[in-house]
Write a protein that binds this ligand. Structure first.
Ligand code: C2O
Ligand code: CU
Length: 440
């Protein structure tokens, strides 16, 4: 889909191509999970897991308000399940162990839902995640509005990092240290390729959709110090473009940018991940790839000064309905646990359809945790009592050490079992998650 994408994932011989037919106004895909030779760079591959023989899996192109049907077959040697991250779908389609039986090797399960929101989403394994997502079981899902903001071009950049060992294979999980810090990798990938070169024509402005699919890495994205515009977040457009030279994406997060114009043909800019101190992980500036500015092309791109109107979900002084604490506890059996409200895999109180939720998410630990709510968007009301710089719709928000993020969200009529968790996959696995029911 990317007009200038120098970084399409290289695939092994296509097991099952994506089949897509739009007869009867249904967008259909077929996905098959299986083992793949994941080519990180020419001549360099690892044995991983992919969808339809590739990492990331195929980009799913859905349409806002049009039913989407994904027939999924598991050809892995272990059970799995696919979660549709950020989509407001029925509980039964959320793709977690609490709403469906895991899809066993050889089995097929068909996901059916109608994406109600345009934006940049992703899908990933939600079983044995710390292994399956690390090995490559993820892909992007774009929901297009009937009328899309088209700039001069569009690119999708799915960030990930992978840890390889001395022999070049995917490293074994690093035990307690990785459980604590989350697994960060030495190989930095965009769209499954190690440090690719993307291109953009001089004079043009593109729409970039960015996903952070890393297990634990915070991507503090910069484009060689150049200014770009933030135009959207997890739940689509923000109200007005924000000029920035960097943007922070915790694991699971998405952002949409307007990038360019760059004037100098032949110039090469670095796609960088700036230092982010989270008591763990990378310390210096690291390179994810480069952008080469190619020969000048005419531009028709116009980034509107107003992108959307977002009515506030809750009054600034709306009463808090729930406090969620993210904590850390020593454990005799496991060394330590990451917990919610002092327990692993917490069972939280139900919420009722139609009742506004105002939650204080309190981080009692010394580390950052990216809080993710399944199936519903929220608005950040305040961070440590202060209003965020701009209003946005999110399903992931970073909660800094010893910090409190107040969010508001509205349970519309989709009863069933839902969950929230830290999107550092190792923290999620070690217990920093909760189930709760939406009831009528
Ligand atoms: Cu992308 Cu349960 O998460
Ligand atoms: Cu965490």
């Amino acid at each position: 889909m990317a007009n200038h994408c120098g970084a399409m994932a290289t695939t092994t011989a296509g097991v099952n191509q994506v089949t897509r037919s739009e007869g009867g106004d249904v967008v259909r895909y077929r996905l098959e999970a299986g083992e793949v030779d994941w080519q990180l760079a020419p001549g360099r591959s690892v044995r991983g897991y992919g969808f339809n023989g590739q990492v990331p899996g195929p980009v799913i192109e859905a349409k806002q308000g049009v039913p989407l049907e994904i027939e999924f077959t598991n050809r892995l040697p272990e059970p799995t399940v696919i979660h549709w991250h950020g989509l407001r779908l029925p509980a039964a389609m959320d793709g977690t162990e609490s709403v469906q039986r895991l899809v066993q090797p050889g089995e097929t399960f068909t996901y059916r839902f109608t994406p109600p929101d345009a934006g940049t989403f992703w899908y990933h394994s939600h079983a044995n995640e710390t292994e399956q997502v690390e090995k490559g079981l993820y892909g992007a899902l774009i929901v297009r509005a009937a009328e899309e903001l088209a700039l001069d071009g569009e690119q999708l950049l799915v960030f990930d990092d992978l840890r390889t060992d001395k022999s070049g294979r995917i490293a074994k999980f690093g035990g307690l240290m990785d459980r604590h810090n989350g697994r960060e990798g030495n190989v930095r990938l965009i769209n499954g390729t190690s440090e690719p070169e993307l291109t953009i024509a001089a004079g043009q402005t593109e729409r970039w959709r960015v996903v952070n699919a890393s297990s634990a890495r915070y991507v503090r994205l910069a484009l060689g110090g150049r200014t770009f515009q933030i135009i959207g977040t997890d739940g689509g457009f923000i109200e007005a473009p924000i000029a920035a030279t960097e943007v922070l994406l915790p694991p699971g997060d998405r952002v949409e940018l307007a990038v360019g114009p760059f004037e100098n043909e032949g110039e090469v800019l670095r796609i960088e991940d700036l230092p982010y101190y989270r008591m763990a992980g990378k310390k210096g500036v690291e390179r994810f790839g480069t952008i080469r500015v190619t020969s000048r092309q005419p531009s028709t791109a116009r980034v509107p000064s107003r992108l959307r109107e977002l009515a506030p979900l809750a009054a600034d002084d709306a009463p808090v309905t729930r406090t969620v604490t993210l904590g850390f506890k020593m454990s005799l059996r496991r060394g330590f646990d990451f917990v919610v409200n002092h327990e692993r895999h917490h069972h939280d109180q139900p919420v009722r359809v139609g009742e506004l939720q105002v939650w204080d998410v309190v981080n009692e630990t010394q580390m950052d945790h990216p809080f993710h709510l399944h199936g519903f968007f929220f608005e950040v009301i305040s961070v440590d009592g202060r209003k965020p710089a701009f209003r946005s719709i999110e399903d992931v928000v970073n909660v800094g050490p010893k910090s409190t993020v107040r969010i508001a969200w509205y349970p519309d009529d989709r009863p069933g079992m839902w969950m929230y968790h830290c999107h550092i996959l190792e923290h999620h696995a070690s217990g920093m998650m909760a189930h709760f029911e939406v009831v009528r």
